[in-house]
Write a protein that binds this ligand. Structure first.
Ligand code: G3P
Ligand code: CA
Length: 248
């Protein structure tokens, strides 16, 4: 068994398991559970009237039968959309899920959540605060979720609203002041696009006492290399190829 001080499962089902079911839906979370996954990543944002729901993009076009900016619609409009047919006919009944529905699924499956705060443009602080407060309330009695975001301001707001919830800062590109940023946010982890990492960079981040999650790794050989370098968690769409016991 590979030793790993990361307190969470090392394999994370990305967007619920987005290669086998429509991403960021309850069907995707069910699929992750079916394959035995114990940690799940998903994207959370605000509706116009302040409901927190799951969606990756700013707009509805790619993953639903709606169109335009999702955050400009109220929940009563969003709930009417078909969020599954784009992926395949068997998923035609899927709806955009509310965060509270996802929390109930995590409770039922005893699954840990990595909630990515994915604000509509211009709403970073508002979304960070709302998601952190909702996560604190909804995840009571469960393993607390890990909050993450590419948006620095969203994590600042999350830290102020619910400082006790762990935070991870997401990075598409390497930045030289990663340590200062992580310290300011009091992050437990940095979440990197795996393609920007080298063994030396992994060692430096680990030396600073931070954990490393990488996204989105769908090649088992690449996943193995990253784990050998000391990466703590792998976020994958290929929940079938990179299973929960992959690093055992
Ligand atoms: O949280 C890791 C990963 O999900 C970040 O990228 O674009 O898939 O949200 P993206
Ligand atoms: Ca994400």
């Amino acid at each position: 068994m590979r030793q790993n001080a990361w307190p969470y499962p090392a394999i994370v089902a990305h967007r619920g398991g987005g290669s086998l079911a429509p991403e960021n839906t309850l069907a995707a979370i069910d699929k992750g559970a079916e394959f035995g996954h114990k940690m799940i990543e998903f994207d959370a944002k605000l509706s116009l009237d302040g409901e927190i729901f799951l969606l990756h993009d700013d707009t509805l076009d790619r993953t639903s039968n709606g169109w335009g900016v999702a955050g400009e619609l109220s929940w009563e409009k969003l709930i009417m959309l078909d969020a599954g047919s784009w992926f395949g006919r068997p998923f035609a009944n899927e709806r955009l899920p509310l965060l509270e529905q996802v929390a109930a699924r995590c409770r039922g499956y005893d699954m840990m959540a990595n909630i990515e705060i994915k604000p509509t443009t211009g709403l970073a602080q508002e979304t960070g605060r709302a998601v952190a407060l909702a996560a604190r309330a909804l995840w009571q009695g469960m393993t607390p979720p890990l909050l993450s975001s590419f948006e620095y301001d969203a994590l600042v707001a999350a830290k102020e609203a619910a400082p006790e919830l762990a935070r991870g800062y997401l990075l598409h590109e390497w930045i030289d002041d990663w340590q200062e940023k992580a310290e300011a946010l009091q992050c437990v982890s940095l979440h990197f696009n795996h393609s920007i990492l080298t063994q030396e960079r992994v060692a430096a981040v680990k030396q600073a006492g931070l954990r490393i999650l990488v996204y989105t790794v769908n090649d088992p050989r690449r996943a193995k290399t990253l784990l050998d370098w000391g990466v703590d968690a792998i976020c994958t769409d290929r929940i079938d190829l990179i299973g929960p016991d992959f690093n055992a």
